[in-house]
Design a protein around this ligand. Structure first.
Ligand code: MN
Length: 162
């Protein structure tokens, strides 16, 4: 892993093995561990890089998430809020009961207790910054009753991955 000249400045480095993937100096690339999740298929091909958090004395965390082509995040909701800024790629997001295309520099506010899931397009990866507070509740996954309700909308039924 490239280490920064100055730990206060983390410059973008190109990952030679994956030109779609944004990497920063000295920032670990984390993959979700499926064993930590209740459902092994609830996310696909997604990585996380954490820039700032409690270790830096902040009450919030700034993370970069990236999913490969056709990848998706977990369908979830929680009390804490997300502030999202799309940085690269193309995809769609389920936000409550609507689905929206997303592209670089779109800013997305995800309110409390709102179902959300990001999906990269089949021909594009999707990467975004996500701001959360450090002291936050764990995400809730949909129950079968929640899924029945969500799937009453045919577009959502087609979109969601669980
Ligand atoms: Mn979330």
């Amino acid at each position: 892993m490239n280490q920064p000249e100055n730990p206060r400045i983390r410059r973008l480095v190109q990952n030679p093995e994956n030109i779609d993937q944004l990497r920063w100096e000295g920032i670990d690339l984390k993959k979700y561990d499926p064993n930590q999740e209740k459902s092994p298929n609830c996310f696909k091909d997604i990585t996380r890089q954490v820039f700032f958090g409690a270790a830096e004395g902040l009450p919030c965390e700034l993370r970069y998430f990236e999913m490969g082509r056709g990848g998706h995040s977990t369908l979830e909701r929680h009390h804490h809020i997300h502030g999202v800024l799309i940085l690269q790629g193309r995809g769609r997001v389920l936000l409550g009961d609507t689905i929206h295309p997303v592209a670089p520099f779109d800013v997305i506010y995800i309110p409390p207790l709102t179902w959300h899931q990001f999906r990269a397009d089949e021909e594009s990866s999707l990467g975004f910054l996500c701001l959360v507070k450090s002291d936050r509740d764990r995400p809730m996954l949909p129950t079968s009753e929640d899924l029945d309700l969500l799937r009453q909308n045919p577009q959502i039924a087609e979109f969601i991955r669980v």
